[in-house]
Design a protein around this ligand. Sequence first.
Ligand SMILES: C[S@@+](CC[C@H](N)C(=O)[O-])C[C@H]1O[C@@H](n2cnc3c(N)ncnc32)[C@H](O)[C@@H]1O
Length: 220
Amino acid sequence: MPDLKTTLHVDMLNRYRRRRASLVARVVRAVAKELKGEVYGLAWGDPETVESLRFIRDRYVLPYVKAEHSALEIGPGGGRWTRYLLGFGRLYVVDYYAEVIDELRRNYNKPHMEFIKNNGTDFPAVGDQSIDYLFSFGAFVHLDVPLIEGYLTNMRRVLKPGGNAVIHYSDKTKIMAQLNTSFSENTPETMRSMVSAAGFVILEEDVTSMWHSSVIRFTH
Ligand SMILES: C[S@@+](CC[C@H](N)C(=O)[O-])C[C@H]1O[C@@H](n2cnc3c(N)ncnc32)[C@H](O)[C@@H]1O
């Protein structure tokens, strides 16, 4: 039993005060970040800090960014991945929701970007065989098979021969996708057969980095 000279209780009080001070500092930082304007979507994971996403960025995105090439992103949201595509000479950002396009424009509004509101699976105002690199993350995980098939048919029109398409999709062979009711019924097997049926050649796949989804890269 500690005697009356013990510092135990004052130490405990000081530890509590330090914790409280750091909580106040954390709240102040969070409010400041909010006021500065954080990118919509970072709550799903920041590719700067989440290892699996950093891997996707470093292997499937950054090596393809070239100033002399044109890129197209489907379902950009607030720009969580768009920011890595800004180095392309021309960047089409295509989304079904006008509100989301407005949000993206608030974060990134560059002269070399084209903001396109589509009808769910198409690429209005994008020329035939004009795209070197096509990317989508976090959008196809919610799209049902007929919409994905529609997109693949339209991608065949806009992607240059030899160009690269990288699509992130729902993988219901994984438990975390099975538990997520907003994820569509898709698997690597289904995705492969849709991609091949649309006339593409599969170049690379990642079915292990993410817990609820997979990535496929293909060309024609
Ligand atoms: C979960 S958010 C992901 C946003 C962003 N790519 C990211 O990873 O942070 C889904 C995005 O897909 C868009 N989207 C949903 N259905 C779409 C469709 N049929 N065609 C194009 N975009 C669609 C949404 O508006 C939104 O931008």
